[in-house]
Design a protein around this ligand. Sequence first.
Ligand SMILES: [Zn+2]
Ligand SMILES: [Zn+2]
Length: 357
Amino acid sequence: MSEIVTYKCPNCGGPLTFDPEKQKYTCDYCLSEFVQKELNAIAPDTQKAEKVRVEAEADEAAQKTEAQPMLYNCPSCGAEIVTDDTTAATFCYYCHNPVILSGRVSGEFHPDYVIPFSVDKEKALEIFQSWMKKKRYVPKAFYSQDQIEKVSGVYFPYLMYSCQADGRLDASADKLRVWVTGDYKYTETSSYSIHREGNMDIRYVPRNALKKANRELAEGVFSYDMEKLKPFQMSYLSGFLAERRDMEESEFSEEVKKEVREFAESTLRNSIGSYDRVRVNNRSVDFRQEKWDYALLPVWTLTYNDQAKNKIYYFSINGENGRVCGKLPVDMGRLMVLFAQIFFPILIVMLIVGYLI
Ligand SMILES: [Zn+2]
Ligand SMILES: [Zn+2]
């Protein structure tokens, strides 16, 4: 049974949200602050949410593969809140009350870990603006005020693979020494038999586990400091958007193991010193103690819909360390001006030089 959860300030009843800078829960109305322990003692305001499917007649198969819009009622103002199947935390569109859908982060979808935001919105905007200054050829609309207000903090779902990888590699290698005496050229070949083996502790190889997420956006902001992983607490989501995973470990298993295998093999290969010839005869990597963890990781995102070209562009910031990943729209109008002003004169100068030579 799904419930809508809102954490309310015990002093004034206003909504409590997680403040990344203070790493505390704050009330915007009376400015009270609470640490995690205090919050755990406060019973969240919950409301049995009778979810209503918008399309009641959608068939079973479609429900499993496509995100269905669902309606809930805001516990604060009673207005309808529209969510996707994967929405785990959002805001009421009317009263901005932060709501968490507890059913989306419990049972099989209960995350093992979360890295709470440590970059707040103000800092995210600073990073965005200073990054924009260095990018000259983007349409002004991308960094207009109302666009910037759409910067939002999202907890994206990731599945993370860990294991012990045991690697072995056998190779034969030669060192050559060549010298000339009189009319004769001598080559001395020293042959070596090489054996390398090692164990690697592989931890938290992450994969974005939300189908509708843009992979470049959600994986471009890697890497996270996994030391910051905390056992999951629902309250961290208060004041942010959050999505639950809709992908399974089995969808990533093969590609992640291939990545680990290649990494282990190339590490062993690189540990062989310098020889003139190396032949790898045998190699193998075994996996032990394989484990998948499910975590929600923080990302600041901004998307820009370029309607003229029917394209959507992305900008994202790692919510833990401020690392930037951007896929910028290029405004062809401004780029053409650049061509006319710089490339075109240079081309003419080159042609003239070429002619003179
Ligand atoms: Zn308050
Ligand atoms: Zn509301």
